[in-house]
Design a protein around this ligand. Structure first.
Ligand code: SF4
Length: 465
């Protein structure tokens, strides 16, 4: 059955794949990333060993997740942080809306958090009458353009500088040149005013340290620091899989995230948050909240074969190397987490029935698995998802049943091969007409004709048996 999500995917993929100019632009943007990342990886004394260690740390965190989460919560509570366990998106949204209501907030400023995209928090806050401003430059641009992030690390990588200038012209009036520095300065001026007015700051978390109850955030613009420190209230939204056991683990995971994500050895700003400001301190929020989001993650955790997908540190490297992502683009996926890791986890965070098709958006080349800094066996999971999706599809089951039946009967297979050649010759004059049975297929592919003679006949003609 073609679900709405599948129809949307096919429609958007056709459009994106036909846009050669945009695809070339994305390839050029990623070309720079490959070069820088390769050089940074080479600067590690032993990158494969670092990768294995990073995978082991995340694995340890998941294998004892309950224990680590409890330790994390207890440290936070000791320092006056309020902790909310959200089983689903509605619970997380409700909790944040309650805070905004109680604090009589008007303006909310946000730093980059894909978890808030996952729970559609902006829509909920705007519908409730709050002004919401994204402070990460890429996020701000897609927000002004009324789009979702294109890539969970580079949200506006699909937009050219001229397009960004037009978006700024529309939002802020004539912005002058499309020089990136000029556009950045405009965003900076606008955002500084918003920081001064914002009542609540909402951020994500890259890691939550169980040992110390620390929130770790890595970024390149410094906007997250302002979001977390300037408003009176700071709310952290984090998926429960972001836990790491020890503070010392950050010494490896932060550089691994920077290297895989952007090719930097470290991102420019790496901040650690412990709680609201204490008596005598000048800076920091009066109130701090941490929302621990499940929203399907414990389902993945309970599946021993799929569990390692929760090791993901959202570096985005698997998107950057994926031939499908580069051709169909991030919006085509129609979900929060795009690319190979999105194709693995989204069907489980949502439903396999509706989003199982994402696992077919892969060439299974294995580039994603090879690049993942925490060694998630991504293409194995894609194959497994496909198997699950196929089980629930009667049509596919029938096709593969017929294929198995045929392959077990050589005489019948020979006959079908000959018949296919005859049918192809008869159908050829219909090619492109309304009567062409393969018209839809041929729109984006070449349907190869059967060979004039079979391999078996060829073999026989050479006197072999
Ligand atoms: S699956 Fe691996 S490569 Fe992809 S975003 Fe997650 S950590 Fe990065």
């Amino acid at each position: 059955m073609k679900t709405i999500a599948l129809q949307q995917f096919r429609h958007d993929a056709d459009i994106a794949a036909a846009d050669g100019d945009r695809r070339a632009f994305i390839r050029t943007a990623l070309g720079g990333y490959y070069g820088v990342r390769g050089a940074t990886m080479a600067s590690y004394a032993n990158y494969p060993a670092a990768r294995a260690k990073a995978a082991a740390i995340k694995w340890d965190a998941l294998e004892n997740l309950g224990e680590h989460l409890e330790a994390f919560e207890s440290k936070l509570l000791d320092r006056g942080v309020k902790v909310h366990w959200a089983t689903d998106a509605a619970s997380a949204r409700g909790y944040v809306l309650d805070i905004l209501h109680r604090r009589e907030a008007k303006l909310v400023i946000k730093s980059k958090t894909m978890t808030s995209e996952e729970i559609h928090l902006n829509d909920a806050m705007e519908q409730a009458g709050y002004d919401v401003v994204e402070s990460d430059l890429g996020e701000l641009i897609v927000q002004l353009n009324k789009q979702a992030p294109y890539h969970f690390v580079f949200p506006c990588m699909h937009l050219k500088r001229g397009e960004i200038k037009s978006i700024f012209d529309k939002a802020y009036g004539e912005s002058g040149s499309d020089d990136p520095e000029n556009l950045t300065m405009i965003a900076r001026r606008v955002l500084r005013q918003q920081y001064l007015r914002a009542d609540v700051g909402i951020s994500g978390a890259n890691f939550g340290v169980a040992e110390t109850g620390t929130i770790s955030i890595t970024e390149n613009e410094g906007n997250s620091r302002l979001t977390c420190a300037m408003p009176r209230v700071h709310v952290v939204l984090m998926g429960i899989e972001k836990i790491v056991p020890r503070l010392a683990d950050l010494a490896l995971l932060q550089p691994m995230l920077g290297t895989a994500g952007t090719g930097q050895l470290m991102t420019c700003y790496n901040s650690l948050y412990l709680g609201p400001k204490r008596g005598g301190e000048i800076d920091g929020p009066e109130e701090m909240h941490v929302v621990l989001l499940d929203n399907g993650r414990t389902r993945i955790l309970a599946d021993s074969e799929l569990r390692d997908a929760l090791r993901c540190i959202r570096c985005g490297a698997c998107l950057n190397v994926c031939p499908i992502f580069k051709n169909v683009g991030g919006h085509t996926y129609g979900v929060t987490y795009q690319g190979p890791i999105g194709a693995v986890i989204e069907p489980h965070l949502r439903t396999v029935q509706e989003f199982g098709h994402l696992s077919a958006a892969s060439s299974l080349c294995g580039a994603c698995t090879e690049t993942c800094p925490v060694k998630i066996d991504i293409h194995h999971h894609l194959l497994r998802n496909r198997k699950k999706a196929a089980k629930s599809k009667r049509g596919e089951r029938a096709i593969f049943g017929a294929f198995t039946f045929l392959m077990r009967r050589p005489a019948l297979l020979r006959w079908v091969g000959r018949a296919a050649g005859v049918i192809d010759r008869l159908a050829r004059p219909l090619q492109g007409s309304a009567l062409d049975p393969f018209k839809a297929w041929r729109q984006s592919r070449t349907l190869p004709s059967p060979a004039p003679s079979s391999f078996r006949d060829y073999w026989k003609s050479r006197g072999r048996r």
